[in-house]
Design a protein around this ligand. Structure first.
Ligand SMILES: NC(=O)c1ccc[n+]([C@@H]2O[C@H](COP(=O)([O-])OP(=O)(O)OC[C@H]3O[C@@H](n4cnc5c(N)ncnc54)[C@H](O)[C@@H]3O)[C@@H](O)[C@H]2O)c1
Ligand SMILES: [Zn+2]
Ligand SMILES: [Zn+2]
Length: 361
């Protein structure tokens, strides 16, 4: 270990009951195939709020094991353990947020999110220490190189939000023929609007209940129309699309009414992706799906190779996910960061370190 590294570091736990707890931990030493990252940016996801922050509700892959929180980490390698094959000290990297066994069929497809090993599948920030700390121990196989054109705060959002949305948009296929509806304009929905436009959608319509999020979507130019959520949404969308409805829709709200709107406001032969997690959905299959020949997809995170592809596309499209970040906090103020994200009166919220803390978009 370099002599300049401290022995201890700060790390934040989510205790439930809307609280965080900052504690001192030993700085970990990388073992075989592992690296130690200096954290640079660690963003907060809606799933953290839904499953861990208010209460420890999650089960199975969403079960929180009392580890350092944060599953959207991006940083710079400071030490590599023995046996590392590609990355070196000084490299800027994104961490694919679930470490899998590497050997099951899902891992071999690059979808460590679905790793079937009950002992080796561990998500950063859920079952193994995550990014809300000064340093993070990661496995080299979980790393994606961060190009020079992207900032660490861009990279943090590729892990989870943008990767998830890229996968879902690829499943439904978005191009210049399509009007795209995004229900739920949290950071994930805003990412869907940003990538949907870059993939060619000729009109993007967003829906949310929070005025702050509708305003942000318009201010950033991500949506052509931003509609307050309500019973008239399907009619409003039809009138914006010559009576037909949108060709593609993606739900990022998880709300049953917004999900039903996404399905019902989609035109004949259209495709819809469900991304928002939890809750329920009630449909009348014949009029809502069957007679209009629609296809409904579920989409969970993405593969590590698609994450690499997305990073390349972000550079080509000159997109900066950090545009969605409205607030940056020092790790000492991590409590304020989670509390703000839980209000929903914000865009993406980031805990940042070093040069990323003072950076502005
Ligand atoms: N499928 C996956 O792989 C995956 C990955 C990451 C996150 N998620 C999920 O995606 C969802 C969005 O994540 P986020 O970080 O943006 O969370 P978020 O909670 O910030 O965003 C949800 C948004 O939906 C809005 N909303 C609530 N009710 C609504 C309604 N009736 N109509 C329209 N909008 C409504 C909220 O105001 C909020 O802006 C969460 O459910 C999260 O767990 C899924
Ligand atoms: Zn997430
Ligand atoms: Zn596996």
């Amino acid at each position: 270990m370099p002599s300049t590294l401290p022995n201890t570091m700060r790390g934040a736990l989510l205790t439930g009951h809307d609280r965080t707890e900052l504690r001192d931990f030993p700085v970990p030493q990388p073992g075989h195939g592992e690296v130690l990252l200096r954290m640079k940016a660690s963003t907060i996801c809606g799933s953290d709020i839904r499953c861990i922050y208010h209460e420890h509700l999650g089960k199975g892959p969403e079960g929180y094991q009392g580890v350092i929180a944060g599953h959207e980490p991006c940083g710079q390698i400071v030490v590599t353990g023995p046996g590392c094959r590609r990355f070196r000290a000084g490299d800027r990297v994104i961490v694919y947020h679930i470490s899998g066994c590497g050997l099951c069929n899902d891992c071999r497809r690059g979808y460590m999110i679905s790793c079937t090993s009950p002992t080796h599948r561990k998500a950063y920030g859920w079952q193994r220490d995550g990014g809300m700390a000064d340093y993070l121990l990661a496995e080299e196989k979980d790393l994606v190189a961060l190009p020079d054109e992207l900032t660490y705060t861009d990279g943090a959002q590729v892990a989870c939000g943008f990767g998830t949305v890229y996968e879902a948009l690829e499943k439904i296929g978005v191009c210049g023929n399509d009007a795209l509806l995004v229900t739920g304009l949290g950071p994930v929905g805003l990412a869907a609007a940003m990538l949907g436009k870059a993939m060619g959608a000729s009109m993007v319509i967003g829906i949310d209940i929070a005025q702050e999020r509708l305003d942000l979507a318009l201010k950033l130019g991500l949506c052509d129309h931003a509609l307050p959520s309500g019973e008239g949404n399907v009619e409003q969308i039809r009138s914006l699309t010559s009576g037909r409805g949108v060709e593609r829709a993606i739900d990022c709200s998880a709300h049953p009414a917004a999900r039903a709107t996404a399905v019902r406001a989609t035109s004949k032969w259209g495709r819809i992706a469900l991304v928002g997690e939890g809750g329920s959905l009630s449909l009348n299959p014949s009029p809502d799906m069957i007679h209009d020949q629609k296809t409904l997809y579920g989409s969970w995170v993405t593969s590590i190779w698609k994450m690499e592809e997305l990073v390349d596309r972000l550079v080509r499209w000159k997109l900066h996910p950090e545009q969605l970040v409205t607030h940056r906090f020092d790790l000492d103020k991590v409590d304020e960061a989670y509390a703000l994200m839980a209000t929903g009166k914000c865009g993406k919220v980031a805990v940042c370190f070093d040069e990323e803390l003072s950076a502005t978009v």
